[in-house]
Ligand binder design. Structure first.
Ligand code: ADP
Length: 279
């Protein structure tokens, strides 16, 4: 879309000309539309758990005495679950909006085995409960990469959380890290490849692009109350900040592997100092 601005300086008696500027506002319009769409999606997503919580409380309040202890307990548990869902949603929305603000994140050398081990410790109990093997396969003596520790922790957490969610008992989830030949956008920069693989339900080809969109969730029976549909948008956003793309290979019924490359600290530093800008 084009915005036409005409400026006529009427304060002068002899008008010598009119300034016309032509501005392409296609991007602004698209951004505004995306923002309103996001706000309307968020409101919609917030309304469902809120409505459920309110209904449960009202029922307990009005008919609590007619319900059995077991029924009352069930109502309270469901309301509690819905509250968890609401707070997950709010947290994810806040994370996304923080990531999209112009805030600058601190980048420093990160030994990738550290966030990987931290995430494994966090999810080990959950994996054991679900009877899924959760393991790491990290090449020894990897060079540190240039990144933001907390953001990377969030990426690993979201990917491992999803892998566990969409894998059934007896399955396996592995985080791998190894030296990767070169960064696509800068062949002289060394990198470390990270993979999160699972033996879960897989993602059909037709859905593979859309899963990074906000609130997109593949239609399937495994859907529980747990997801927000924002986890992978957050992952994509964080990897953007690391100048890296998130890729996936997946086959329905076989499993999924998400992978990305992170620039090695030293080569990233030398690339930044070289005349060719690091994109
Ligand atoms: P959610 O909170 O629903 O997990 P995400 O943005 O993290 O939201 O993921 C979007 C959708 O992508 C999920 O709802 C699911 O349908 C699909 N998905 C993500 N990770 C996996 C995986 N490891 N295996 C199968 N499907 C997945």
């Amino acid at each position: 879309r084009i915005l036409l601005n005409t400026v006529l300086d009427q304060s002068r008696e002899n008008v010598k000309g009119i300034a016309i500027t032509v501005q392409d506002i296609t991007r602004e319009v698209a951004l505004n539309e995306a923002k309103s769409q996001f706000i309307s999606n968020v409101s919609h997503e917030l309304r469902t758990p809120l409505f459920n919580i309110k209904s449960f409380i009202e029922t307990l309040h009005e008919y609590g005495e007619d319900l059995s202890d077991v029924e009352r307990q069930e109502f309270l548990e469901t309301a509690n679950h819905e509250t968890d869902r609401l707070s997950r949603l709010v947290n994810d929305v806040l994370d996304l909006s923080r990531l999209e603000s112009s805030r600058r994140y601190q980048f420093s050398p990160v030994e990738v085995h550290q966030p990987i081990e931290q995430v494994l410790r966090t999810y080990q109990l959950n994996a054991r409960d679900k009877k899924i093997e959760l393991e790491q396969d990290v090449e020894p003596d990897l060079p540190p990469i240039l990144g933001n520790y907390d953001l990377l922790l969030q990426v690993f957490g979201n990917l491992v959380g999803n892998a566990l969610k969409f894998t059934t008992a007896g399955g396996r989830v592995v985080i791998r890290a190894y030296r990767s030949p070169a960064l696509q956008h800068h062949p002289s920069a060394e990198s470390v490849r990270i993979e999160v693989g699972d033996t879960g339900i897989g993602i059909a080809n037709k859905d593979q692009k859309a899963i990074f969109e906000r609130f997109f969730r593949v239609e399937n029976r495994v859907h529980t109350l747990e997801g927000t549909g924002l986890g992978l948008s957050i992952v994509k956003n964080i990897m953007d900040k690391h100048s890296s793309l998130v890729n996936l290979v997946s086959e329905v019924g076989v499993g999924t592997t998400f992978w990305f490359d992170l620039a090695v600290y030293e080569s990233a530093a030398s690339v930044a100092a070289s005349p060719t800008p690091h994109q």
